[in-house]
Design a protein around this ligand. Sequence first.
Ligand code: NAI
Length: 317
Amino acid sequence: MDFSGKIAFITGAANGAGLGQAHVFGRAGCRLFLVDIRADALATAIEQLRAEGIEAEGCALDLTDRVAYARVADRVEEVYGEPPHLLFNTAGVFAIGPTEMSRYEDFDWVLGVNLGGVVNGMVTLVPRMIDAGRPGHIVTTASVGGFYGADAVAIYSASKAAVINLMEGYRKALAKYRIGVSVLCPMNINSNIGLSSQVRPAQLRASGYVVDDATTASLQGIFAHGMDPLELAGHVKAGIERNDLYIIPYPEAAVPVRQHVEDILAAIPATSTDPDGVASRTAALENWARDRDEIARRRSDQAPGRVVRQRQEEAAR
Ligand code: NAI
């Protein structure tokens, strides 16, 4: 992909991985539209990028606010005259604590931003990208932690597992529109993620976890050794150029991921234990896939972009 002149929409762009992406894709010639819940840090980031000669616009956005997200999507089109070619669902929050102490507020915040924010990005922007009829690419940041559960970060890992799975599905769905989909799974980034509780909304403040200075300091100690966001964004750029589904530039991820996949495979019996069942269930799925394709062909007048646009226009009337 030639990035020059492409519009890149980046969430979580005020800090860390998102800011690294803004620099790398801005230097590659993209026109940027940046959003983040931290308005001041975002304004500083935009200033820095512009000082480098990068075309950068943006505004504060809480990704969990669907109405505001749609307004920002309109704003992108006002500013640049068309929807983004590149969507980076990068923003995320992190919470750590004994899983068994989790409260609804812990779930609502972490799933709301890490999964809900990505859902809102996809539902708001994908139809616009399809309607624009140009090739594009979407990179959503999950985590290596999304490949396996972990006791102290179960909600975070679950949010990332959902995002990985969702991107696997969207990649299949969007290939026909020439929109590639990748999922970035970092292991450790030198970022502000350890300070996530600063952007936790007041109504979801009640937590089952203790977030004190000692916890924050110990997290900062881990993330201080994380990959530099610019280096990570360089891997993302290479991943888009290769149209990789998974972007996992961390060699140390191999051991836990392999162990997890082996544990899953070990739970699956050999075909020889139930050959007839395998044959009939497989045939049923293949038939269903053929029927589904036929139905989709008949409904080709309902291209998803157009249908969603119609819905939005109806809602506005
Ligand atoms: P970061 O905290 O430096 O950057 C995340 C940005 O998201 C922040 O600027 C924050 O203000 C923004 N944000 C948080 N809630 C938001 C909301 N509701 N609406 C809009 N923006 C919001 O952290 P980092 O590390 O750069 O995080 C980027 C992504 O990388 C996240 O999805 C995170 O889960 C993921 N990740 C991070 C790892 C790490 O070691 N730091 C490891 C694996 C994945």
